[in-house]
Write a protein that binds this ligand. Sequence first.
Ligand code: HEC
Length: 175
Amino acid sequence: MNKSKIIYILLVAVFVSCKNNNQYQLISTVPELEMPNNHIKFNEIKDYKNYKIVATHFRTDKNELRYILANNIAFKAYNEKTSFPNGSKIVKIGWNVIKMPNFQAALETKDIQRIEFMIKDKNRFMKNPGNWGYARFVKKDGKYKPWKNGTNSCISCHNLAKENGFLFTKIQDLQ
Ligand code: HEC
């Protein structure tokens, strides 16, 4: 092999490794579960660990810290303040919190209690307000289970946020 060929191969290798670093992706595995009423599957958000954080909330009555994450489609709509297109996915992860053992004034997350989400699809959820489909998977003793009470309550409570496209979450300022 001549010198220029070797240099070329080295350059390609460097390029490929840089490219991969820029596209660092977490691989998630989610349980094979689906909601009994609307058949939304947990794996419809299987790449949720790569979604972007939109906001953080804390429910005082449930002692639960929540992250609200959005996939790229929903993240773009949030930032550009447009309506949410088909394919928007918004995830909420809830953790219980405990006092940090070595600094009691600080709280830290302990266990995930739930992962729930909303998916916008004009065809699948044509009858739902805002065309959002809802799913909730609760985690207990290390295992997820689909929420057994259906999703009517999701729809009716999220009606309170009708003015905001049925979303309570507003994007949290980062500066
Ligand atoms: C009694 C009212 C109520 C019910 C019932 C309810 N939610 Fe919500 N939801 C909220 C509120 C308030 C927030 C914002 C505060 C927070 O994050 O907890 C929220 C936030 C969310 C978010 C983040 C996007 C947004 O709208 O802010 C998702 C996703 C979500 N809920 C899914 C669900 C699903 C799935 C169900 C049903 C299984 C459900 N919710 C039932 C009140 C409700």
